[in-house]
Design a protein around this ligand. Structure first.
Ligand SMILES: NC(=O)c1ccc[n+]([C@@H]2O[C@H](COP(=O)([O-])OP(=O)(O)OC[C@H]3O[C@@H](n4cnc5c(N)ncnc54)[C@H](O)[C@@H]3O)[C@@H](O)[C@H]2O)c1
Length: 402
């Protein structure tokens, strides 16, 4: 029997537990050797949910004193990625950092530089690169079916209020803005699909148009303010957007865990204080006249990412939810629709593939599917889009990356 990989998870919230913990646990060649989270209640609850019993640490240095690890996965909030990653690399661990790399380019550069000095691997949790539909689309583009691609668009529909407006994700200070936190994923997919052309400039518009007091979808009674969290809300029986924490989740997110760090997972998404957007549009101009557009709305009617990619020989139209790619040749000919089989696991099967790739990388059996440098470009695009949105101007990438 091969020696088991010893992997630690830093940040035992949703991703640390439900994505990384669950998948690592399924692998017979991996031992989840340690958990680390400043909130010991949450980390211990996560261990219980996963039905594992590794040592739980509240800081990375203590974990390093005691544990020999092959790698760690960082699933802490974005604003902690820099410190977690730099510390982990200094301890000599290979690292998978869930996206985004960091909340800004300066922090991202610290990670890139520390990785270079340490000689350790940094992979980013760009799970969409492992989505079977997007992998097939990349093969089609690389195979030349569309010819020279000059225009691309992704329209993302995500019922994301509960995810983005009910907890730390709603704040610029914790995320670098949703153009970074959320869209660094999507900017990365453009970079990857198009063969990493150099981005030149970015523009964006974004706002909170619905997830505010005016958007509350029921009449508010005098003396009964909604919230502050869904579990205690006066309107929990009638609000269509309620997110009630179940008994199981209360162990990780309920009063005992809240007493440690004050983190409430399900604030009212309409009344929470927020400075991140609930919808917006961004555009990037790359070298060689390549132009891309990203439209995103977190006001839910459906969930999908719908891509259009246009080249000088044909175009592709893609739905991640329907798992279809339709190719229309430019001068007539057969229009072909590919149906990509469903896969098990989060993000259309991409999450388990991401984790498996990291394990293979640790064993030296596969190349990392992304690099810290690529993470930096995605965060730089997000930062540029946030500057553009907030300063109402086109932002040159040279301002951001030098
Ligand atoms: N790739 C994807 O599709 C995807 C999806 C969702 C979230 N994410 C990313 O995953 C990361 C975690 O998001 P989440 O939704 O699981 O958040 P979460 O709030 O559910 O969990 C975060 C956990 O980190 C812990 N934590 C706080 N400060 C820490 C620190 N300094 N060191 C270690 N742990 C710390 C918290 O106590 C909490 O348990 C974020 O970076 C987020 O952007 C990626």
């Amino acid at each position: 029997m091969e020696k088991k990989l010893r992997i630690g998870i830093i940040g035992m919230g949703s991703r640390g537990t439900d994505c990384f913990g669950m998948r690592l646990k399924e692998r017979s060649d991996v031992e989840i050797a340690a958990l680390c989270d400043p909130n010991h209640v949450r980390a211990s609850a996560a261990a219980k949910i996963l039905n594992i019993n590794p040592p739980v640490y509240i800081n990375i240095d203590d974990m390093a004193d005691k544990e020999q690890l092959d790698g760690v996965i960082i699933a802490s909030p974005d604003c902690c990625h820099r410190d977690c990653a730099v510390t982990a690399l200094k301890h000599g661990w290979n690292v998978l950092i869930d996206k985004p790399l960091a909340t800004n380019v300066a922090d991202g550069r610290d990670i890139v530089e520390t990785a270079k000095r340490s000689g350790k691997i940094v992979m980013i949790g760009f799970n969409l690169r492992h989505n079977a539909v997007l992998k097939r689309l990349k093969e089609i583009i690389d195979g030349g079916t569309l010819g020279k691609v000059f225009l691309a668009e992704n329209r993302e529909f995500y019922d994301g209020g509960r995810t983005y407006m009910s907890r730390w994700n709603r704040l610029f200070s914790k995320t670098g803005g949703l153009w970074n936190h959320k869209a660094s994923h999507d900017f990365d997919i453009f970079n990857w699909l198009l063969g990493f052309p150099k981005p030149l400039r970015v523009t964006s518009f974004a706002a909170v148009n619905v997830l505010n007091r005016e958007g509350i979808p029921f009449p508010v009674e005098a003396g009964h303010e909604p919230g502050p969290s869904c579990n205690v809300c006066h309107y929990k029986d009638k609000c269509p957007d309620k997110y009630i924490l179940s008994e199981k989740l209360l162990a990780q997110w309920g009063p005992e865990a809240q007493a440690v760090d004050g983190y409430v997972k399900n604030l009212c998404m309409y009344l929470s204080d927020k400075d991140n957007h609930d919808n917006g549009m961004a555009m990037v101009e790359y070298e060689n006249d390549i132009k891309v557009g990203l439209f995103e709305t977190f006001i839910g009617s459906k969930n999908d990412r719908i891509y259009t990619i246009v080249g000088d020989r044909g175009m592709a139209e893609v739905s991640l939810t329907d798992r279809t790619i339709t190719i229309t040749p430019r001068w007539g000919g057969e229009i072909v629709t590919y149906h990509i089989n469903k896969e098990q696991g989060g993000h259309g099967g991409a999450d388990p593939r991401l984790v498996d790739t990291f394990c293979n990388v640790l064993r030296g059996e596969e190349e990392a599917s992304s690099t810290a440098e690529q993470g930096l470009v995605a965060t730089a695009l997000g930062q540029a889009a946030e500057f553009s949105r907030r300063q109402h101007r086109i932002v040159e990438m040279s301002e951001i990356l030098g």
